[in-house]
Each structure stands twice: as C-alpha cells, then as structure tokens.
Design a binder for this molecule. Structure first.
Ligand code: ATP
Length: 453
C-alpha cells in the first residue's frame, strides 16, 4: 500500500528548501520559469554528495565499469535511430471549457465518460502526439539540415560511443559505461516541485553482457540499486519495487523494474532498471552502417551485446533524500524549556555540511582562535562551517534545520581553565540524538571521517 499523501508536509519541505538555500525557483525575480529549478549553496552540496557517491560505488569501487561524459547537443541521426524523433511523445488533449492542456493519462473517468480533472468539462479535443524533445538549430541558418536536439536521456551517447570505449578500456563482457549529466524533456505538466522538471540530471549505467546473462543481471542490478538507496539514508520501508507488467514495458525490453519512493505527494518512480536486450546497439549499427559487434576471443563469436540499464534521476533522488530526512520533534532551548525543532536527518554521507564549529563566546579571543584552528584541521577533509553568532542552542537549531550531523563547541574546558585534563578536548554533539560527548581535538578528524564515510 502506498503511503497517504500529505500536502502540508510537502509545503513545509518546499518552504524549508527555499528558506535555507537548497532549491529556488528558476528566474524567480521574473516571475519564475516553469519546469526549471536552481540549486542554492546547500542544495548544490547535497546534489554533489549524491552524484559523487553514485560515481564512487558504480565506477571507482568496481573493475568492470568505466565512466564517460557526453555532449548535450545531439545529432538528429542518433535520436532518429533510437526512436526518440518518431516515438518520444505523450498523447495530449485540450479541455475546451477551461483551456487546460492535459496529458491523456491525466483525464478522470466518471461513469465511462472522460472528464477534465480541473473543471470536470467533457468537451475535450482528440488526442494528438506531443514530442517531448527540445529542438534547437546549430549554425547560422535555420534550415532543416542544422536541427539538433538537447538530449532527452544520457544513455544514447553511451551507445554511440560503445565501440570507442570498448577499444580504449580493453574490457571484456560483462562491463558497463556510466554517465551523469543533464537531460531535457519538454514535459507538458511539470509538477510536484522538482519531481517532474523540463531540465534535470540523470545517473545512468549501461551494463553490456552476453544475451544469456540479461535476465540474471537485471535481478543483480535491481538488488544493487536497492542497496544504494539504503546507503544514502532512504529506508527500504519507503521504497517500492514495481515489476513493470508486459503490456507497459517498451516492446524491446524483456524485463523492467521501477524503484518507487513514497513521496508526500504519492508513490512515484525514482529509477528504472531495464533489460533492453540488444535493441539500442542494433538500431545504431543499422542506422550508422558501422559495426557495433563484440568479438569474444574465447568462443570466437561475434555478436551485438545485450544491455541492462539502471537509470536514476539526480533531482528526484535529492528530493527523496530531503523528504525522507524532514523531521519535527521537541528539543530544549537555552533555558531548558522544550520547544519545536525542525531537522533534516540526512545520512552523514549526504549532508551538505558535515560539521559545524562554534566558539562558546565570540568575544573571547582564545576560544575563537582554537575554533579556527579546528576549522583549518578539518577543512581539507570535509565541508565544515564556522558560526560564532547567537546562543549555542540557537546555533545548534540552525544546523539541525539544514541537516548538519555534527557540531563541535570550543569552551573554557578546551582551554584547560577549569580542569587541566580537559585541555584540548571539545564537545561533539550529534544531530538526531542530541547526545554530547567529550572528544580530544587530536582524535576529532579520525572520528568524524569514520562517521561520514
Ligand atoms: P516518468 O514516467 O516519471 O516520466 P520515465 O519512465 O519517462 O519517467 P525514464 O525515461 O525511465 O523516466 O528516465 C529515467 C529516470 O530519469 C527516471 O526514473 C527519473 O528519475 C528521471 N526523470 C525522467 N524524467 C524526469 C523529469 N521530467 N524530471 C526529473 N527527473 C526525470
């Protein structure tokens, strides 16, 4: 069962994202630009942590996957061969009553009659196909020969470069090519904050294999990808695995799983893991006239590899991480009275700021100097933040709200003024439990590195 939707929770999340600099509406001062979003100082850190972690587990920690970074501007022949020029479209319907442009699958049906979901109107146009690709023109003249597309997915440049990468990497099947980058789709109805945007980023792997390995590798990658989400702090209980039924799968796919997340606005796809057979490479071989075959030196066979594709959205995953982390509880203020607290319980691996450093008082030079020393000690290893303004409780609360997992406070004990055995120790405070421990400055770096790895 999908979790119930919670519009109020979503509103609070959107407002926190803006207030604290995670995500802003694009071109906001001009009234906003629908379907595009800008990430602020904290959002960009979160997004990078996600992409870096994906790259680490998919490329750096494996021997069988290499990376690439392809161009966004795409030759029309590529997208003709892949089927996007002809087939990458949504059927669209207009409501003549309220003039809404709707995707055919958004209509509601009452007693067998299709209606507009906005006004209930039944006067609807016929469905017409609406291609989702952004077209542009390359060069000075706008004639047809210079048409190019902004890529609607990163995958196609991987297929098109398959042969080059195979040669330079000297990999044997099974092996994969990974890519993270922007993709563009002229979505009819961008909605649910960043969930459905017109400009977004994807993290895609094309894992090439022998035909008889396809189904088994589909299962393997589904499991690997589920583990990934747990390792970035998304609990299994909020994920759903959908085995996409035959009639809803692309005709060339022999098996597809959708990994879905229970967002406050409902259960929605985060990632598709699809066994795409040899469809893409065959299409490009046919259209380009260049061989995209693999030669197996052991069996002396020549064939077009099959492929399993885990394809995830960066922005959707960032949104899921934020939704998962958003929490409201009670915490004591500086007078010891309990009050409401909002926090983002990010997995430390994903948190934009790993550790905040506070001198107890801003006007005590030795405290400030020590805090700055700690800042310099940690800075080369992680993103840290220095704050000396306001009461300590307020400073903790500000860090809780942006998901900083650890705070270090330099106090008079650190200076050894009260107890000499506490000299050069600090208070390390953990965000979720609010527990505080006394830690030697000399142990701090190692301890934090262990907890944020
Ligand atoms: P949907 O059915 O939600 O439109 P899709 O099945 O068309 O998605 P894919 O073509 O499988 O999506 O793309 C792979 C991944 O790219 C998706 O799982 C999603 O995370 C991301 N993605 C696709 N379209 C968008 C979009 N408009 N905005 C943000 N992310 C997107």
């Amino acid at each position: 069962m999908s979790a119930p939707t919670d519009a109020q929770r979503m509103e609070k999340i959107v407002s926190l994202c803006k207030r604290r600099g995670f995500i802003f509406q694009s071109s906001e001062i001009y009234g906003g630009f629908n379907g595009a979003w800008d990430y602020g100082p904290l959002g960009v850190e979160l997004k990078r942590n996600l992409k870096n972690y994906w790259w680490r587990v998919m490329v750096h920690e494996r021997d069988d996957i290499v990376g690439m970074d392809g161009a966004i501007l795409t030759h029309p022949a590529v997208l003709k061969a892949s089927g996007h020029v002809e087939g990458f479209s949504d059927p669209m319907i207009d409501c003549r009553t309220c003039k809404a442009h709707l995707r055919a699958d958004q209509l509601v049906e009452k007693k067998g009659v299709k209606q507009c979901p906005n006004c209930g109107g039944k006067d609807l146009t016929e469905a017409r196909q609406f291609n989702l690709m952004f077209e542009t023109h390359v060069g000075a003249a706008a004639e047809e020969s210079s048409v190019a597309y902004l890529r609607p997915e990163t995958a196609q440049s991987i297929f098109v470069q398959f042969k080059n990468i195979l040669e330079v990497s000297r990999k044997k099947l099974p092996f994969g090519i990974a890519q993270i980058g922007k993709a563009f789709r002229n979505e009819i109805n961008p909605r649910n904050f960043t969930f459905r945007s017109r400009e977004f980023e994807q993290m895609e792997l094309e894992y090439f294999c022998r035909p008889e390995q396809g189904m088994e590798l589909l299962e393997y990658w589904k499991e690997e990808r589920l583990k990934f989400y747990e390792n970035i702090g998304i609990s299994r209980a909020n994920l759903n695995l959908l085995n996409v039924p035959d009639e809803e799968r692309a005709f060339y796919s022999k098996g597809t799983y959708d990994i879905e997340y229970d967002f406050p606005f409902g259960r929605q796809e985060l990632e598709g893991v699809a066994y795409r057979t040899d469809y893409d490479l065959s299409q490009h071989q046919k259209a380009s006239g260049k061989s995209l075959e693999y030669f197996d030196e052991e069996t002396k066979e020549r064939f077009i590899p099959h492929v399993v594709e885990p394809s995830a959205g960066v922005d959707r995953t960032v949104l899921a991480i934020i939704c998962e982390a958003y929490a409201e509880d009670q915490a004591p203020n500086d007078k010891g009275e309990m009050e409401g607290r909002t926090s983002l319980r990010f997995h430390p691996r994903m948190a934009p700021i790993k550790c905040a450093i506070f001198p107890l008082l801003r006007n005590k030079e030795p405290l400030v100097a020590k805090a700055k020393q700690i800042l310099d000690l940690l800075r080369p290893h992680m993103f840290v933040f220095y704050d000396e303004s306001g009461a300590i409780g307020r400073r903790y609360r500000r860090q809780d709200e942006i998901g900083t997992p650890f705070c270090v406070t330099v106090d008079f004990e650190t200076l050894g003024e009260k107890q000499s055995d506490l000299r050069d120790t600090v208070t390390l405070r953990e965000r979720d439990s609010m527990k505080q421990e006394r830690v030697k400055i000399s142990d701090l770096l190692e301890l934090l590195l262990l907890r944020i790895a």
